[in-house]
Design a protein around this ligand. Structure first.
Ligand code: NAP
Length: 261
């Protein structure tokens, strides 16, 4: 386990459930002091309590990543609770499906506001604290969907996840002089509350299309994020890490069948 984040102040958005909760747990286990952020205060508190019960350090904070005032209050809360912001995991995201025929401007805006604008606002709010410390680490949760692959119903989602990578490639240059790195994990299909909402049939089809023949765990993603947050990754910025059990590689159904299991 990478332990160089011990004692560091970590903000994880969307940490009450799913991948964010996994990141919060793994970072706390590595010694980080974690601010668990979600809109539902009760759910965020439950995650923070679970981390504390396991011997970690955590506090809960209710905030909506779509709102600038909330993101400013979030950074201030990390300053008060844990003495600043060393690491931001901009993870909060939603993936409601809508094909183009049913897509509305409102549905489009909801996804872009949470996934893309929410990433920008969380990053911007944490910069003053990181600059004060003379260093920082930002890890974005993107996806394979959008940057690499497509899936009917997710034009807005794919655009938001590809947009995060466009954001990161310029942000890495603007932030490098302040000794702040920014990288992204790109999960495949990970077993989370959000994914379970897509139903058992989706899950079965996804499992069949993954060379490692299982959905990912939230820890699979968290360990990738932990690497980017560590001192060992000091020279890595503007990069992405696909964590998908090999899902993007089969060129066809025939390739998967040829694997023979
Ligand atoms: P999830 O289980 O549905 O959890 C989403 C989390 O985000 C919850 O804590 C939720 O809490 C929070 N959230 C949603 N909207 C928010 C907002 N406006 N402000 C603050 N927090 C908000 O989702 P997940 O599957 O773990 O996905 C997490 C991230 O991973 C997303 O960015 C998603 O795109 C990405 N991802 C997931 C998968 C996958 O297979 N699961 C694959 C690729 C990428 P509240 O509702 O209380 O706010």
């Amino acid at each position: 386990m990478l332990t160089s984040i011990a004692g560091r102040s970590v903000i994880v958005t969307g940490a009450s459930k799913g991948i964010g909760k996994g990141i919060a747990r793994v970072f706390a286990k590595a010694g980080g002091k974690v601010l668990v952020v979600a809109r539902d205060q009760g759910a965020a508190q439950k995650t923070a309590d679970e981390i504390k019960a396991a011997g970690g350090t955590a506090a809960a904070f209710s905030a909506d990543v779509r709102k600038w005032e909330d993101m400013e209050r979030m950074a201030a809360a990390a300053e008060r609770a844990h003495g600043g912001v060393d690491i931001l995991c901009a993870n909060a995201g939603i993936f409601p499906a809508a094909k183009l025929t049913e897509m509305t401007a409102e549905k489009w805006d909801e996804v872009l506001a949470t996934n893309l604008k929410g990433t920008f606002l969380a990053v911007k709010a944490c910069l003053p604290g990181m600059k004060k410390k003379g260093k920082g680490r930002i890890i974005i949760t993107s996806s394979i969907t959008g940057p690499v692959t497509g899936y009917p119903g997710w034009t807005h989602y794919g655009a938001s996840k590809a947009g995060q990578l466009g954001f990161l490639r310029t942000a890495c240059m603007e932030l490098a002089p302040s000794n702040i790195t920014i990288n992204a994990v790109m999960p495949g299909n990970i077993r989370t509350e959000g994914l379970e909402g897509l139903g058992p049939e989706y899950e079965k089809k996804m499992t069949d299309s993954i060379p490692l023949r299982r959905l990912g765990t939230v820890e699979d993603i968290a360990y990738g994020a932990l690497y980017f947050a560590s001192d060992e990754a000091a020279y890595v910025t503007g990069q992405t890490l696909i964590i998908d059990g090999g899902q993007i590689l089969p060129e066809s159904l025939a390739a998967l069948e040829e694997m023979g299991n």
